[in-house]
Write a protein that binds this ligand. Sequence first.
Ligand code: HEM
Ligand SMILES: *[C@@H]1O[C@H](CO)[C@@H](O)[C@H](O)[C@H]1NC(C)=O
Length: 312
Amino acid sequence: MRFTKAIIAAASLLATSLAQDEGIPYTDPASGIVFNTWTQPDLTFGLALPPTALTTDATEFLGLLTCKSPTPSTGWCGLSLGGSMVNNLLLLAYPSDSHVLTSLRWATTYGPPVPYTNPSAKISHISSTVNSTHYSVIFRCVGCLSWSQGGESGTAPTTPGFLVLGWAYATASPGNPGCAGSSTVRRHDSQGVFGAVFNSAVARAEYSVWAARATTNTPQGGCGGDGDGGVTTSVVTLPSRPTATATATASIGFGNGNGNGGCAKTYTVVAGDYCYLIATSNGLSLDQLLGINPGLVCNPLQIGTVVCLRRG
Ligand code: HEM
Ligand SMILES: *[C@@H]1O[C@H](CO)[C@@H](O)[C@H](O)[C@H]1NC(C)=O
């Protein structure tokens, strides 16, 4: 059976390569979130866990999914949070314009997955980017480390110190891509199972501050956020700890060498700001903000930095 095959593959993988599988640290420059990352042939998965995850099973995590896209903004990629495709919580991700859309899915056979309708799991985004070779999404997944649908259930406990995960990758774009929750996929071009072994760094003291950056305006495409099982409805709490630091006052130039020349609207960074928040609070994508402000340093973002929001 496929399931058995996947589990045996995962077990032998863990047994033979434990030492190499602790993941490589990666700091997202825009948010400052530090992930342990595991790279598979066609995607990289990053994970940050609550500080107690190694002693008490976590119920949520912060994830990074960066997938190849040989043609800009096409294809899809996915994760299985239990290793095998069947009867485990699946996360589908694909690029759509300048965003990545995500949808939680469920498969009872090796066939097209259906939406995961259990309301206890919610995915909300912190940021997503699309460029000519990759698309990438940073998200918070609450209630995603145990699952049940249609009488089948499973868990991905964090206290054993590793997760067995599955990945899948396709170059063809989903059908009905304008609607994250009801987009359709054909079979992936490549897939695999891997072991993500934890070191102590994966459980992060900063977790709650980072997790609070997951916003309610998670893009869903054109269908307004229903039917996904993956739409957060919680109220966003902004980080209580300053994310912009007060060590220096900085100002970046706007090209004309004189004041804010060339900029029609400016914003001065205050404590608690971070680049993605400033961008999305002003109707910009992070890429747009960075495009308007060449040389803007987001990590660390200095209090007092004058950022341009609109070119004059
Ligand atoms: C029409 C859609 C899909 C079809 C027909 C399909 C079919 C299959 C088949 C036949 C395998 C076994 C591969 C092998 O043994 O060589 C497999 C594996 C896998 N699939 Fe899918 N798949 C689909 C969609 C998805 C999606 C959307 C995801 C994740 C979001 C996914 C995740 C995986 C993973 C992680 C594996 C490897 C682990 C395992 O073998 O169970 N699949 N798929
Ligand atoms: C595109 O995005 C990927 C992943 O985020 C990154 O590694 C790569 O350097 C980016 N490429 C360009 C040209 O910016």
